[in-house]
Design a protein around this ligand. Sequence first.
Ligand code: NDP
Length: 452
Amino acid sequence: MSLTNDVIERVKVKNPAEPEFHQAVEEVMESLEPTVEKHPEFVKAGIYDRIVEPDRAILFRVPWADDRGNVQVNKGFRVQYNNAIGPYKGGLRFHPSVNLGIIKFLGFEQVFKNSLTTLPMGGGKGGSDFDPKGKSDGEVMRFCQAFMRELFRHIGPDVDVPAGDIGVGGREIGYLFGYYKKLRNEHTGVLTGKGIEWGGSLIRPEATGYGAVYFAAEMLNVKGESLEGKTALVSGSGNVAQFAIEKLLDLGAKPLTLSDSSGYIFDEEGIDRERLNFVMDLKNIRRGRIKEYVETYKNAVYTPVDSNQDFNPLWNHKADVAFPSATQNEINAKDAQNLVSNGAKAISEGANMPTTPEGIKVFMDSGILYGLGKAANAGGVAVSGLEMSQNSLRLSWSREEVDNKLKGIMHSIQKDAYETSKAYGDPGNYPMGANIAGFTKVAKAMLAYGVV
Ligand code: NDP
């Protein structure tokens, strides 16, 4: 047994019933195997066992009153994973599926992703099993205030800086930041994803989707290709999916699909700017379901989720590139095989861990350009890092300045991952390159601190 396999086994035994966390650790540790021989100093300092253990995990009760005056109770989480290279940084997820294992998987991934951005940010993640769907604005506000009533004592602009994720967008960040400001009596950069009038950065809402598209463009560029004229499959219809579509249109590609947890739409004519505006209004203002798209655009086809099916038909349409941008494990081996068989050239993951290990194996065996989430969706946290810099400097950069910095960061992530994969003898193996590059920087910092 290798050291990295031993670490995986210990994680499974010590953290039972956390399958997503096991999956994330396994994916990273397997690709770190070649570093064991190259860095005996990491082994001696116990870095591999230390990096899988979060610095701390905070669990708390979130009681709040609904519109009828009934008391509701949710679970709150913040996992501060690793602050070796900067303050803890990572989003908050509000979704009924949230549990400690999901937050640990996301926090663990965040450590390596943040390191890859070249910015000084540690990794963390948090959230709640609260479901914002069908709740009034007042209920969402009271929930956010109750959540912050406990979280405020654990975070700070130099300690831990949360942001959005599934179910946490501009509205929720507003309520959370407003309550933090009230409790602490300070206006500091304690959250990112803030509104532009109160300390936010231009391009932050766009950053994850734009970044995933820039990453695909960078991967294609290595092969002498571009996104111009290419067809694209996109899943999800939230923050990441919407801005992935916008950037695809900017770069001359033709997006064909969008989804939510109830089903997906396929629009053969392409989701153009007018249709994207319709989706933004539907999802961000009216908070409706994606199936309403076909009531307005009658040529498009809506397919509801069929839980008896062992594949997702969204990934079975012929297209050149794919951007999974909904949630974890949304592409299984069959979906991956469908994408490959239909001739897809590149996958760029807007979501976190959207492909199962079996699906990743299909991609790696096929030689398709596979941009894993840790690298491809790092644009969001990168611009969050830029928002922190602007808050500290008390300056606001222009849209163009931030977008250029984002483009530059996505370029250097792709280059770093590619060069590292080459240095370790497997050029183009982005998962291996990204994991090793992200890990090495954090491991060196941990080594410098001694055993702490
Ligand atoms: P949003 O809440 O804005 O949108 C999420 C979308 O995914 C919705 O369309 C939602 O549908 C769908 N979805 C969520 N859960 C499921 C599920 N279990 N099954 C099917 N569909 C689902 O979230 P984001 O766009 O911000 O996040 C999407 C992904 O991107 C997540 O994996 C997130 O971790 C990742 N990510 C986000 C970043 C950001 O900056 N926002 C940064 C980096 C990664 P429905 O409305 O029906 O729930």
